[in-house]
Write a protein that binds this ligand. Structure first.
Ligand code: TRP
Length: 459
């Protein structure tokens, strides 16, 4: 059997550094911005249940598989998959799976950076005090006029992209371990403060019911596909980000235990964000299905009405910026390591090239909220289409192939050695899940969801 190897990029300084960095990758705009608005757009409770099921039955096993593959290969995702395929006597063409991941990360980052820019802008909007005693209409007007102007968004998008590339160019180990250490606890505290505020509104019960009381009539096959896609998105799975982070993990650490911690933290942040937001939505007669602007049209209302709101509001948006930042670097890290290893570029050069390309693509997302808002393909704007293509198609497809790779291509002995948990119940359940359940679930949801989304069947 081949020997375990080491990464040419170095290792995390400790187990906690890995857990924090991977949690930093997982917890991001997906939890605080995206989860509430897609929950609102898909009817609430039933959607949340499907999402939680996908986290447990698909997300956990695939995260274990991705970290394991990354740590085994110790290269960028493209070369890792090629190497491990060859090691197992399979075709090196498996590298294309890594290639799809690199592409997905690049596409996601292009719009992630635009929304990251919105959050940056809201740090300053909130600080200016415009939300003091604001009404629901006032807050909505501020948001609409902001997204209505391409120029302002372009400036913030540029700043966010530069921030991302500066950190990535320095190497993930140096700055990011530190940032995540104070960020994650801070984010939790602020979310608790916001949930505390929401509890004081009369509509806390409505919010809780909306999130946790399933109304399966409100759920479509497309909604199930979105929930599954979001399980991948929120855990940073299906494109090699967690794989590359796993490649910096020491051999001595337990992959299963670290995975459970990362998933628990990520899920907790999403549910807390939902508990903070939906009571405010109902207390102010807002529309839960308001779309990508949801948190920007609800949270400022809470900040405008609670004591010390400006202070907490600024702090909150700063935390969200940090959360987005520790995620955005992981979106581009696979591409960077590939450019460094394959083309011999320096890290800074790779960052400049990929930064400029991603930035240019991001312009499409900026314009889809204003000048191009009427331009539709399959009934979707540029941003919606990019989001659907990546989160609902590329990530589940990537995850499907990753589980097939881990369960059917890699030798059983290799995975046994790498996971190092013995051949007991935990290992056997994992293997059963990635062998049968995950691929089957992804295929079923995928096919029905896509048919439903393009209108072939109505489910
Ligand atoms: N998980 C992050 C979030 O929820 C986004 C993200 C970072 C991501 N890296 C990823 C999504 C890799 C998919 C794949 O905001």
């Amino acid at each position: 059997m081949a020997q375990q190897r080491n990464s040419i990029h170095g290792e995390w300084s400790s187990r906690w550094a890995f857990i924090l960095a991977a949690t930093g990758s997982a917890v991001g705009l997906g939890n605080i911005w995206k989860f509430p608005y897609i929950t609102g757009a898909n009817g609430g409770g039933a959607f949340v249940i499907v999402y939680l099921l996908c986290i447990v039955a698909i997300g956990i096993p695939i995260m274990i598989a991705e970290i394991m593959i990354g740590r085994r290969g110790r290269r960028n995702p493209i070369h890792t998959l090629q190497l491990l395929a060859e090691e197992a006597g399979a075709h090196p063409r498996w590298r294309y799976l890594g290639g799809m991941g690199v592409l997905a990360g690049f596409l996601i980052l292009s719009y992630y950076s635009v929304i990251g820019g919105w959050v940056l802008a809201y740090v300053f909007r909130t600080a200016s005090g415009v939300f003091d005693e604001a009404t629901a209409e006032g807050v909505e007007t501020v948001f609409q006029s902001f997204v209505g102007q391409p120029m302002a968004q372009m400036v913030w998008h540029t700043i966010f992209m530069i921030m991302t590339m500066v950190v990535v160019s320095r190497g993930v180990q140096s700055g990011l371990e530190k940032a995540a250490r104070f960020l994650m606890p801070g984010l939790f505290v602020l979310l608790f403060i916001l949930v505390g505020y929401s509890m004081t509104t009369d509509s806390f019960g409505d919010g809780v019911r909306y999130l946790f009381q399933p109304d399966f009539a409100a759920l479509t096959a497309k909604g199930v596909l979105i929930a599954m896609g979001h399980a991948f998105f929120t855990l940073s799975l299906g494109m090699g980000a967690i794989m590359i982070y796993g490649s910096y993990l020491s051999h001595n650490e337990s992959i299963v235990r670290t995975t459970l911690m990362i998933v628990a933290a990520d899920t907790a942040v999403s549910l807390l964000a939902g508990l903070a937001i939906f009571p405010i939505v109902f207390a102010n007669n807002l529309e839960p299905g308001a779309g990508p602007g949801l948190i920007f049209q609800t949270l400022p209302l809470a900040f405008g009405h609670m004591p010390g709101g400006t202070f907490f509001g600024v702090l909150f948006f700063i935390m969200v910026v940090f959360a987005a930042w520790t995620s955005s670097i992981s979106l581009i890290e696979p591409a960077i390591t590939w450019m460094v290893e394959r083309h011999g570029l320096t890290r800074p050069a790779a960052c400049i090239i990929s930064g400029v390309l991603t930035w240019v693509l991001g312009i499409g997302t900026v314009l889809s909220f204003n000048d191009w808002s009427d331009v539709r393909l399959f009934g979707k704007t540029f941003f919606d289409l990019l989001d659907f293509l990546t989160a609902s198609i590329m990530l589940p497809l990537g995850g499907l192939c990753i589980s097939i790779f881990a369960a059917w291509v890699m030798l059983r002995e290799t995975t046994l050695q790498e996971l190092a948990i013995g051949n007991g119940t935990v290992y056997r359940s994992w293997r059963f899940l990635v062998r049968y359940i995950t691929p089957l679930a992804v295929i079923v949801v995928f096919v029905s969801g896509i048919l439903n989304a393009i209108g072939v069947v109505t489910l």
